[in-house]
Design a protein around this ligand. Structure first.
Ligand SMILES: [Mg+2]
Ligand SMILES: [Zn+2]
Length: 204
């Protein structure tokens, strides 16, 4: 038996899968996505989200968007990009983003140029989901991403972690175990669809 029961909706905490955006759902090979026309889903992204929702998971995209603090993109522009992503098939329960970046790191827009608690590797976005779309049972939830900061954020939030080998994933895998990098993830998957299938197959 590998299946998990579909949790009753609307009653008690639910399982969630947190998905990084760039390099996990979207191809960022052409650079930072600042316009809806640059949205390119990675293979299997739409199927992964559909698979997770069908299995009863909340699906929450959690993404650092320092481009807002850098002045490359407005929050309105970001909403258009996420609308495009949804129309292309990534129909998440929520997309939570960190628009911040400290001035020391290049943040220039006054409203966003600061340190915060939501920029991954901090777990603020994952925790915020509990109020946005929760309640969430973190102990049986997952974080899927291509960067060390995704794995760190997931671990800090108390969820299991999956590294995908799309985006920066191969570099991240090669660096694991070096000083200053997080422990190995709970699972390594070729892409987000394989990651989703693994999450669905885990026992509660
Ligand atoms: Mg990423
Ligand atoms: Zn933030």
């Amino acid at each position: 038996m590998t299946g998990v029961g579909r949790p009753a909706r609307g009653r008690g905490p639910r399982r969630a899968v947190f998905l990084d955006r760039d390099g996990t759902l979207l191809d960022e090979g052409a650079g930072v996505v600042t316009v809806p026309g640059a949205v390119r889903l990675l293979p299997g992204a739409a199927r992964a989200v559909a698979r997770l929702r069908e299995a009863g998971f909340l699906v929450v995209v959690v993404t650092n968007q320092a481009a807002v603090a850098r002045g490359l993109l407005t929050e309105e522009g970001l909403a258009e990009i996420h609308g495009r992503m949804a129309r292309e098939g990534v129909k998440a329960d929520a997309v939570l983003y960190c628009p911040h970046l400290d001035t020391a790191e290049g943040g220039v827009v006054p409203a966003y140029a600061r340190t915060c608690e939501c920029r991954k590797p901090l777990p603020g976005l994952l925790r915020r989901a509990d109020e946005a779309v929760g309640p969430i049972d973190y102990g049986v939830s997952f974080m899927v991403g291509d960067s060390a900061r995704d794995l760190e954020a997931g671990r800090a939030a108390g969820v299991r972690t999956v590294l995908v080998l799309t985006g920066k994933g191969r570099q991240t895998l090669a660096a694991l175990g070096a000083a200053g990098t997080p422990r190995r993830p709970d699972h390594v998957a070729a892409d987000v669809d394989e990651a989703a299938a693994w999450c669905v197959a885990q026992e509660v």
